[in-house]
Design a protein around this ligand. Structure first.
Ligand SMILES: Nc1ncnc2c1ncn2[C@@H]1O[C@H](COP(=O)(O)OP(=O)(O)O)[C@@H](O)[C@H]1O
Ligand SMILES: [Mg+2]
Length: 276
């Protein structure tokens, strides 16, 4: 039996998979999402979402795709990790993803075919094509150059390709060094960790989502405060810490996670998190 079942829950409340149904709408996540939606609806072109590891970029991407899932005029294409052996391989991949069927022998062929495709989809069929790239810090300079060229395809008032890049903060200086790339950015947003109150609400939200009944908290107030302090509000760390604490709860016969429980489990989770 899984630990959460022992605690009367239906699902794992603190799974670290990027599951949109466990997405808590913090101030920063809500704003990022709203701005991305506007970017896509107005077809502004390039949105760049930056954040440290574990701030929720991948999850945000999934939530964004889900927000548009009932809109047949918006087609999302995702690249989970943009590592390709060559420019041609990347372009070939894009053509395949966009279901471009013309014969492709060179990068030039691909660019031309992509341009025709995006024009047909965008102008003749009135559809929005979105390319969402996760792990954007892994984009090489030459791939960024290609993306920049794709963003040049436009009508008088909108871009033919909407590009959303999710990347770790450390990528920013490199992006900034690539000439004319940052000029193309219509939205740049930095995803921040949660504040203490958001940490509290996120824990409560995830427990409720997992089927916790509302009578009596499973975490004391002080425990939540300590969780926030130890994790600095990073969602991934919060999940890992809460999961470990709940496991202790399930196996140790205790009723609530208190400061003692958090202290017991935080060493293995919070290594490397700088304390304020
Ligand atoms: N807004 C959120 N609400 C609840 N959990 C979140 C939220 N954002 C991220 N998480 C959780 O944090 C962990 C890391 O998220 P992830 O999207 O993989 O971060 P990143 O891609 O920035 O490294 C996952 O367990 C995810 O479920
Ligand atoms: Mg990620």
């Amino acid at each position: 039996m899984a630990y959460y079942q022992l605690l009367g829950l239906k699902k794992e409340p603190f799974s670290i998979s990027p599951d949109p149904s466990f997405f808590f709408r913090s101030g920063s996540h809500t704003q990022a999402l709203q701005r991305l939606e506007i970017l896509l609806r107005l077809k502004r072109g390039l949105g760049l979402i930056l954040g440290d590891v574990g701030t929720g970029k991948t999850t945000l991407g999934r939530v964004l795709v889900r927000a548009f899932q009932d809109e047949p005029n918006v087609a999302f294409h995702m690249i989970l990790n943009p590592v390709f052996q060559s420019e041609f391989q990347f372009l070939e991949y894009l053509c395949k993803t966009f279901q471009v069927t013309s014969p492709l022998r060179s990068s030039m062929d691909c660019m031309e075919a992509l341009q025709n495709h995006l024009y047909r989809r965008g102008v003749e069929e009135g559809k929005t094509t979105v390319l969402l790239i996760d792990e954007g810090q892994n984009l090489s300079s030459s791939l960024i150059e290609i993306l920049r060229s794709l963003l040049n395809f436009e009508t008088n008032d909108s871009k033919l390709l909407q590009l959303v890049i999710l990347a770790q903060m450390e990528a920013l200086p490199r992006f900034q060094r690539i000439r004319n790339f940052m000029d193309r950015v219509a939205l740049k947003y930095i995803l921040n960790p949660f504040g203490e109150e958001e940490t509290r609400r996120m824990i409560r939200f995830r427990l409720a989502e997992a089927g916790a009944r509302s009578e009596g908290p499973l975490f004391t107030d002080d425990a939540v405060r300590l969780i926030h302090y130890r994790t600095q509000g990073y969602p991934r760390k919060i999940n890992q810490l809460c999961q470990k604490a709940m496991e202790v709860l399930a196996t140790g016969g205790r009723r609530v996670v208190d400061v003692g429980t958090v202290n017991e489990v935080s060493a293995e989770v919070c290594e490397g998190v700088e304390e304020a």
